[in-house]
Design a protein around this ligand. Structure first.
Ligand code: FVH
Length: 299
C-alpha cells in the first residue's frame, strides 16, 4: 500500500489541554502542518517549539485551514468559541472531539450545518498517551463526506470508527462506554477500600481483580443477548436469587470492616426489587428492565 504523504496536509487544533496537545503533537510528528490555538497561550508556545504554527486567536486558527479539530473541557466552551465565528467557519469542516451529550452534539451540528459547515462529532475512547496508536478508538458521527475527506488525518490519531450521520451517535457510544467504565471503577474502589480496611494492599489485590474482571467480561455477550431478546432466563448459570443472597455477604463484610456501602446499596435495592417481582430465576441482566422504567422501579 502506498504511504500517505502528510507534508501537504493542514489542520488547526483549538484547545491544547492534555488531549488537544496529544492530538496536535501526533499530527506534527507525522509531518502535518498544524496550526494551534489555546486560551492560555503558554501551551501553544510549548507546541510551537515542536513545529506547530501558533495562531493568536481561535478565529485566526480556524481561518487558516480547511479543517479544524476542537477539543475543550465542555461544549459550553465550544459554543462560546464557535458561534461568534459563523463567517469564518462557512465552507469549512469542524471536528469536535470534546466530551458532551448527544443533544449538545445535535444542537451544534444543526447550528453549524445551517451556516454551511461540515460537522463531525467524535468520542475519544483513549487517554492522551494512547493517541497515535491503534488502541485509541475514536467514534465519529455526523457528515459522512467529511469523514471520508479527512479519514487519512483522523487515522493518524488512532482507530477511527465512523458510525452514522446522526451527529449525536458518537457521543451516545462514548457516554455508554464511560458508564461501563465508571461501574468498573466503582467496584475497584470499593474492593480496594475493603482490602485496605483489613490490612491488604491494593497493589496485592489488583492483578487478581484484573484477571477476575477479564474473566467475567466473557458473560457480557450472553447478557446482551438476554437484554436484546427480553429472555432473561436464556442460558442462565448464576440466577439472581442466588446473587441477591450472596450480595448480602458483600454488604455485611463491608459493614463489619467499617467501610461505606454507599456505592453498593443501589444495586442491592435493584436486586431485591427484581426478586420480589418474581425474577429470582432470571440472570442479572433482568435489572435492565428496572433501569429502563425508573417510575415503575421506584414504586
Ligand atoms: N484526558 C483524558 O483522559 C480524556 C480522554 C477522553 C476524552 N477526554 C475529553 O477531551 C476533552 C479535553 O480534555 P483534556 O484532557 O484536554 O482536558 P484539560 O487538560 O483539562 O484541558 C481543557 C482544555 O479546554 C480549554 N478550555 C476550557 N474552558 C475553556 C473556555 N471557556 N474557552 C476556551 N478554552 C477553554 C482549556 O484551556 P486552558 O485552561 O488551557 O486555557 C484546555 O485547553 C474533554 O472534553 C474531555 O472530557 C479527555
Amino acid at each position: 500500500m502506498k504511504a500517505v504523504d502528510f507534508t501537504n496536509k493542514n489542520i488547526s487544533v483549538i484547545g491544547l489541554g492534555a488531549m488537544g496537545t496529544a492530538l496536535a503533537r501526533t499530527m506534527i510528528k507525522n509531518g502535518v502542518r498544524v496550526t494551534v490555538w489555546n486560551r492560555t497561550a503558554e501551551k501553544a508556545k510549548a507546541l510551537s517549539g515542536e513545529g506547530a504554527i501558533e495562531a493568536s486567536t481561535a478565529k485566526e486558527a480556524i481561518a487558516s485551514n480547511p479543517v479544524s479539530i476542537i477539543c475543550l473541557s465542555d461544549n459550553h466552551a465550544v459554543r462560546d468559541i464557535l458561534y461568534p465565528l459563523e463567517e469564518i467557519l462557512r465552507g469549512k469542516t469542524l471536528i469536535n472531539l470534546t466530551n458532551g451529550t448527544p443533544e449538545q452534539a445535535r444542537e451544534i451540528a444543526t447550528w453549524l450545518t445551517a451556516h454551511s459547515v461540515e460537522y463531525l462529532d467524535g468520542g475519544i475512547m483513549a487517554i492522551p498517551p494512547m493517541i497515535g496508536t491503534p488502541q485509541a478508538l475514536i467514534f465519529y458521527s455526523g457528515s459522512a463526506s467529511a469523514f471520508e475527506k479527512w479519514s487519512d488525518l483522523l487515522g493518524l490519531l488512532g482507530t477511527a470508527r465512523y458510525l452514522k450521520e446522526d451527529p449525536g451517535l458518537a457521543s451516545l457510544y462514548d457516554i455508554s462506554l464511560l458508564i461501563a467504565m465508571y461501574g468498573m471503577f466503582a467496584g475497584f474502589l470499593q474492593a480496594a477500600a475493603l482490602a485496605r480496611a483489613n490490612g491488604v494492599n491494593a497493589l496485592e489485590l489488583t492483578p487478581l481483580i484484573i484477571s477476575w474482571l477479564q474473566a467475567m467480561t466473557q458473560t457480557l455477550p450472553l447478557n446482551a443477548k438476554q437484554i436484546d431478546t427480553g429472555d432473561y432466563e436464556l442460558g442462565v448459570v448464576s440466577n439472581l436469587g442466588m446473587q441477591t443472597t450472596a450480595y448480602e455477604n458483600l454488604i455485611e463484610t463491608c459493614k463489619t470492616s467499617g467501610v461505606s456501602i454507599d456505592l453498593m446499596l443501589p444495586l442491592k435495592m435493584m436486586f431485591e426489587r427484581a426478586v420480589a417481582n418474581g425474577y429470582s430465576k432470571s440472570d442479572i441482566s433482568v435489572i435492565v428492565e428496572n433501569i429502563l422504567t425508573p417510575a415503575q422501579a421506584n414504586k
